[in-house]
Ligand binder design. Structure first.
Ligand code: CP
Ligand code: NVA
Length: 305
């Protein structure tokens, strides 16, 4: 069996809907162990902070009948210069699956290349594929279908929007991205998404007008303005992104029954107001809980393919 990785959401392009459905199924059997995972161990290398990703992965492994080891690089020999290549070959000789939250996407690619067991990207500077499974589970639960719906992302053109634009294109959902020109998403992700969108019939639009981005939206999504590792740009980003705050004025442009999503953590008063987060349209905590069920789906899928 050739091992499968989840470094980019494109790695599961053909099976994405199947994995979302698996997540929804596993949600209904929360404490059931799974024969594919029983007795298996996951290593979790986390270079950056985490609440949801860490807790969901550790809990998922426990509930499925396996175990998880949280590995802080500064406690590992990696922190003293052991290479990613060697770390990967050593860990994959002992573990059954590895997750990696890294500053640099190239290191996740390298870890996967040298590993004989599946590697999951637990967020890097380019992508956050695990979050996509949870987000689309939530959309399936709240809206029912993806094709032809309008997804609006407003805020910083960061790792989240890179993964979101690909996933919207993959699932046939239209996406409209509102960012200042200076903080627009990585063009290579937009180009790739547009190629996929041609096949699925979805539309990928970019604008620097936030009201236009959310016009008639089914979903409004935002994320922090300053991602982990970008702290030096705080002042500039907070200034430039101010007109892109998701607030009660902006959401008036969306459909009445739109849903508000955020991968969290949220910085209330910056990218979103407290009012929108706490509104009846907000599904952020259902979305966060789905990180657990979607983590299980990713693990079960990778260990059985
Ligand atoms: N959404 C998300 O990945 O959250 P954490 O940084 O808490 O893991
Ligand atoms: N864009 C954010 C997402 C956090 C889950 C970051 O990378 O910090």
């Amino acid at each position: 069996m050739i091992k499968r990785d989840l470094v980019s959401i494109l790695d599961i392009r053909d099976d994405f809907n199947e994995i979302v459905n698996l997540g929804l199924k596993l949600k209904r059997s929360r404490y059931q162990t799974n024969p594919v995972v029983e007795g298996r161990s996951m290593g979790m290398i986390f270079e950056k902070s985490s609440t949801r990703t860490r807790v969901s992965l550790e809990t998922a492994m426990y509930q499925l009948g396996g175990n998880a080891l949280y590995l802080n690089p500064s406690d590992m020999q990696m922190g003293r210069g052991e290479t990613v290549e060697d770390t990967s070959r050593v860990l994959s000789g002992m573990l059954d699956i590895i997750t990696y939250r890294a500053f640099d996407h190239a290191n996740v690619v390298k870890l996967a290349k040298f590993s004989s067991v599946p590697v999951i990207n637990a967020l890097d500077d380019k992508e956050h594929p695990l979050q996509m499974i949870a987000d689309f589970m939530t959309i399936a639960e709240k809206i029912g279908s993806f094709q032809g719906k309008k997804f609006s992302y407003v805020g910083d053109g960061n790792n989240m929007v890179n993964s979101l634009v690909l996933t919207c294109a993959m699932t046939g959902m239209d996406i409209s991205i509102g960012t200042p020109k200076k903080h627009a998403p990585d063009q290579s992700f937009i180009d790739e998404a547009r190629k996929i969108a041609k096949q699925t019939g979805s539309k990928v639009a970019l604008t620097d007008n936030p009201a236009e981005a959310v016009e008639s939206a089914d979903i409004i999504y935002t994320d922090v303005w300053v991602s982990m590792g970008e702290e030096k740009q705080r002042e500039e980003k907070e200034r430039d992104l101010k007109p892109f705050q998701v607030n009660s004025q902006l959401v008036k442009n969306a459909k009445k029954d739109y849903i508000f999503m955020h991968c969290l953590p949220a910085h209330k008063g910056l990218e979103v107001t407290e009012e929108v987060c706490e509104s009846i349209n907000s599904v952020i905590f259902q979305e966060a809980e789905n990180r657990l069920h979607s983590a299980k789906a990713a693990i079960v899928y990778l260990l059985s393919h």
